[in-house]
Design a protein around this ligand. Structure first.
Ligand code: GLN
Length: 621
C-alpha cells in the first residue's frame, strides 16, 4: 500500500454525494397538524445505511432524534404477528392497499377490518394486539420491541405525545368506529394511548437503518445479534410495506425505488432491501401525502445508483459449482501400489467430484443439479463437497436429497464431504470430514469392485516380491536383501514413528493393514490426516518432514504388518554390497517420481479449476 493513511470508503463517498445533492431540494413543508412537530428544523437531513454484517454508513444529521410516528407501524405489526400469529392478526386487520391517505376512514365492508396495518386504523388495532394484560404492559412490550429492533434503549418524547393526545380526535374517531365494528376490544382511550406512545418514540436515522436491517435480515438485529422476531414474520411485514408502506403513493414508490418502506409524518423513513440493506432517512419537509420529500428522492437515487430495485434480476456470476472433476483427474493422498493406481487411472472416471459453493437457493441448486444429472454417464460414485457452501435453503437440501435418491436408482452411490462430517443430506451413503477421505473411500470401492477378487475375511497381503519398490529390482538384489528384513507388527492406533532428533532412515514396507501420516493442526491441536499408505507401499522418515516444527507422525490405521529394513541393516549393506543399496535407491526414486507425477496432475486440475459440465450459465442483466 502506498501510504499508511486511511482509505476512504467508496460506499461512504457515494452516500455523501447523494446526501449533498438531495440536500439541495427545498420542496415540501413540515407537518403542523400535530403542533409539536411543527417546530422541526426543515434543514435537518440524515441518511444512514445499515449492512447485513452490522456496519452503519451515515451521512448528515443521522444522530438527531425525532419521533418515529408511522414508521413504528411495521415494527408494531411484526410484534403483533409474533405474539398472536398471522391468522389471528389477519382476522382483525387486512393487507390490501387503501389507495387513500394514512388517516383514511374506510373499513372493509362486511368484516369491519381496517384495510391494512400501515394506515392509522390498522395500526391502532395491531398496537392493541401485542402481548400484555393492560395498556401499560402493552406499551412496555412495544417500547422494548422497538428498542430490540434498534439495538439500543429508546425513549418517548413527552411533548409530542401530549400534543398528539390533544389533537388526536381524528384517530379517536377511528377508534370508536373500530370498536363499533367489533374490531377493537376494550377501552378506546387506552388503545389510543398505546398507539400515540408508539408514534412518540424517539429514534434517529441511524436507528431506522438498523431497525430496517433487522427486518431485512429475517429478524436478527445486525448489531446485537439478538433475534427479535421470526423470519416468517419479517417476510410478511416487508410484503405489507411493499404494498402499503407509503399509502396512496405505494405503487409509484415501489415502481421507482423497488424498496419496501414505511414513512412517518415527522419526516422519518425506513426502507429495506431484503437480506442486504436497511436504509434510514430523516428530513422533516413532507409532500402532500405525508412522506418526506428528500427521503423519497434519496431512496430513488440510492436505488438507481446502487441497483437496489427488488425486482432487478440477479446476475448469474457465481455458479453453485465451484469445481467438477472426474476421478481420472484427481486422486486422494493415499499411497497405492501400482496395480491399484492402474485401476484408478483407467477407471477413475467412475468417480465424480462436485464441489458446491456459496448460498444454495432454488435457482443455483437447480442449475447445479442439472449439471450433475447431465454428466452422470459412467459415474458410479458421486462426491458432493459442501465445505464451501455458506448456507443451504431448505429447497436446496430437498433438491439435492432427491437427486441422491434418483442417482441411487441409476446405480450411483453418493457420499458427502462436509464440516465435521455433518451431512445435511439424509439420503447420502456416508459423510466425511474432508474431501480427501471421501475420495479415498470411493477409490477403495472402485478398486474393490475392479481388482482381483479378495477372499472375504482375509485382509489383503502383499509379500515383499510384489511390493511396489521391490518388484522391479535387478535379479539377485531382493535375495540379497531378504535376510536383513525385520518384521514389525502394529496394533491399531500404534505410532510407527514421529520424527526424532536422531536421523533414522529405516524403510518400512506395508505388507498388510495400513498406515496414515498425520499433522497436528489447529488450537487445540487435532491430528489431520495428510497421507495414507496401503499394502504394497513403503514409507520412511524422509517422506515426513523432519525440519517442520509441527508434529508429523505415522500411525497404524488398523492392525498392520510391516517388513523393515532398519537404518543399521542398511548401513551394513552399504558396506558389504554397495550395488544392492544403489539399486534400492533407484527403485525408491522411481516410486517417488511416480508420486510426484500424480501430485502434478492434481495441482494442474486445481489450477484449471475443473470444467463445469453442461451448458455454461448465460449472463443475465
Ligand atoms: N401519529 C401520527 C398520526 O396518527 C402518525 C401518522 C403518520 O406518521 N403518518 O396521525
Amino acid at each position: 500500500m502506498a501510504d499508511a493513511g486511511e482509505i476512504a470508503s467508496p460506499v461512504q463517498e457515494l452516500l455523501d454525494e447523494v446526501h449533498e445533492r438531495i440536500g439541495e431540494i427545498t420542496d415540501g413543508s413540515v407537518a403542523t397538524y400535530i403542533p409539536a412537530l411543527g417546530k422541526a428544523d426543515p434543514k435537518l437531513f440524515g441518511l444512514a445505511l445499515a449492512t447485513r454484517d452490522g456496519h452503519v454508513y451515515e451521512s448528515g444529521d443521522t444522530g438527531v432524534p425525532f419521533t418515529i410516528q408511522s414508521v413504528s407501524k411495521p415494527f408494531v405489526y411484526a410484534l403483533a404477528l409474533h405474539d398472536r400469529g398471522l391468522n389471528a392478526v389477519l382476522r382483525k386487520v387486512g393487507v390490501e392497499p387503501t389507495g387513500e391517505g394514512f388517516d383514511a376512514i374506510r373499513l372493509e365492508a362486511g368484516t369491519g377490518r381496517p384495510l391494512n396495518p400501515m394506515v392509522n386504523a390498522g395500526a391502532i388495532v395491531t398496537a392493541s394486539m401485542v402481548d400484555g394484560d393492560d395498556w401499560g404492559q402493552r406499551f412496555q412490550r412495544i417500547l422494548d420491541g422497538l428498542s430490540a429492533f434498534a439495538g439500543r434503549d429508546l425513549s418517548i418524547d413527552h411533548e409530542v405525545l401530549a400534543s398528539e393526545e390533544r389533537t388526536g380526535d381524528h384517530n379517536r374517531a377511528l377508534g370508536y368506529l373500530l370498536r363499533n365494528a367489533g374490531t377493537l376490544d376494550g377501552d378506546v382511550d387506552e388503545a389510543l394511548s398505546v398507539y400515540f406512545m408508539a408514534c412518540s418514540t424517539l429514534v434517529t436515522a441511524r436507528d431506522l437503518a438498523v431497525m430496517a436491517m433487522t427486518l431485512s435480515s429475517g429478524g436478527v438485529n445486525p448489531l446485537t445479534g439478538r433475534r427479535v422476531v421470526g423470519t416468517d414474520t419479517t417476510e410478511h411485514v416487508m410484503a405489507v410495506m411493499a404494498t402499503s408502506g407509503t399509502y396512496d403513493f405505494a405503487g409509484e414508490w415501489l415502481l421507482r425505488s423497488g424498496l419496501p418502506a414505511k414513512s412517518g409524518v415527522a419526516g422519518g423513513l425506513a426502507a429495506v432491501l431484503p437480506s442486504q440493506l436497511g436504509i434510514g432517512v430523516y428530513s422533516p419537509p413532507l409532500d402532500a401525502r405525508g412522506t418526506s420529500v428528500r427521503a423519497i428522492a434519496a431512496c430513488q437515487e440510492l436505488s438507481s445508483r446502487f441497483g437496489l430495485h427488488l425486482m432487478r434480476p440477479v446476475t448469474g456470476t457465481t455458479s453453485a459449482i465451484h469445481r467438477y472433476l472426474r476421478g481420472d483427474a484427481v486422486s486422494s493422498q493415499r499411497s497405492r501400489r501400482f496395480a491399484e493406481r492402474e485401476i484408478l487411472r483407467t477407471r477413475g472416471r467412475a468417480i465424480a467430484l462436485c464441489e458446491l459453493q456459496g448460498d444454495l437457493g432454488f435457482a443455483s441448486t437447480d442449475v447445479a443439479v442439472r449439471a450433475i444429472t447431465g454428466d452422470h454417464e459412467n459415474v458410479r460414485w458421486l462426491i458432493l463437497d459442501l465445505h464451501r457452501v455458506a448456507r443451504a435453503e431448505p429447497v436446496a437440501v430437498n433438491l439435492l436429497d432427491t437427486l441422491v435418491r434418483e442417482l441411487r436408482e441409476h446405480g450411483v452411490t453418493t457420499v458427502v464431504a462436509a464440516e465435521a462430517a455433518r451431512s445435511p443430506l439424509a439420503s447420502a451413503e456416508a459423510a466425511f470430514a474432508s474431501l480427501d477421505e471421501a475420495l479415498e473411500w470411493c477409490e477403495d470401492a472402485l478398486v474393490a469392485e475392479t481388482g482381483p477378487p479378495q477372499e472375504a475375511d482375509r485382509p489383503e497381503v502383499v509379500p515383499l516380491p510384489e511390493q511396489d519398490v521391490l518388484r522391479d529390482l535387478p535379479a539377485g538384489v531382493l535375495e540379497a536383501l531378504a535376510p536383513l528384513f525385520e518384521e514389525r507388527r502394529l496394533a491399531s492406533g500404534e505410532v510407527l514413528f514421529s520424527p526424532r532428533d536422531e536421523p533414522d532412515e529405516s524403510l518400512y514396507f506395508v505388507v498388510s493393514g495400513g498406515l496414515v501420516a498425520q499433522v497436528m493442526e489447529g488450537d487445540p491441536a487435532v491430528p489431520v490426516q495428510v497421507a495414507s499408505m496401503g499394502p504394497g507401499t513403503a514409507v520412511t522418515e524422509l517422506t515426513v518432514r523432519r525440519d517442520d516444527p509441527r508434529a508429523y507422525r505415522v500411525v497404524a490405521a488398523e492392525p498392520t504388518v510391516c517388513q523393515v529394513l532398519t537404518d543399521a541393516a542398511l548401513k551394513r549393506l552399504e558396506r558389504d554390497r554397495p550395488q544392492a543399496v544403489e539399486a534400492l535407491h533407484w527403485a525408491m526414486a522411481r516410486s517417488l517420481a511416480a508420486r510426484l507425477r500424480r501430485a502434478d496432475r492434481l495441482l494442474a486440475a486445481h489450477v484449471a479449476s475443473g470444467p463445469r459440465p453442461g451448458k455454461p450459465e448465460r449472463e443475465l442483466g
